[in-house]
Ligand binder design. Structure first.
Ligand code: CMP
Length: 140
């Protein structure tokens, strides 16, 4: 058994609808442990840096505007194959294409307002965790 970590964001569309607890419960039911969590408002600079890989995409400006439109909850999740496990419970990026029982199918409003972000690889997870958390803030 390999316990690993991934990074998650509960996005502004979900915090606005008071869904933090419901999403946390789905993560926990999927076998993930929330080992760090904080609510904050991203600055424009933070959102641009966090999503820098998408800078050339046509949706980049809208994505930054959306992610700074309200509070987010940033999280570190721990579990067996945490990246894959979290991606499975999140569902497809486009909520219309997400499987039943996933967070995005249940709560996502659109491809942009899709309620959660999750790291796409263990390497990305390590970088995204370090972007928001110091090691002392993470307690398994
Ligand atoms: P996320 O996992 O946070 O990573 C980048 C985000 O860009 C993605 O989820 C979507 O919410 C958002 N996005 C907006 N439009 C698109 C699009 N056309 N294709 C992919 N992602 C998009």
């Amino acid at each position: 058994m390999t316990v690993s970590r991934t990074f998650s964001i509960i996005k502004p569309d979900a915090t606005r609808r008071n869904l933090t607890g419901a999403i946390d419960a789905m993560l926990e039911e999927a076998g993930l442990r929330i080992v760090a969590q904080k609510r904050l408002r991203l600055t424009r600079a933070q959102a641009e840096e966090f999503y820098a890989v998408h800078k050339a995409r046509p949706f980049f400006a809208d994505l930054v505007a959306f992610m700074t439109s309200g509070p987010v909850v940033v999280q570190v999740l721990e579990g067996e194959d945490a990246v894959a496990r979290n991606r499975a419970v999140m569902g497809a990026t486009d909520p219309a294409k997400a499987e039943p029982g996933t967070i995005r199918k249940r709560f996502g409003e659109s491809i942009e307002a899709n309620s959660v972000h999750g790291s796409d690889s263990p390497e990305t997870a390590a970088a995204e965790i370090a972007f928001f958390f110091t090691p002392a803030e993470i307690t398994g």
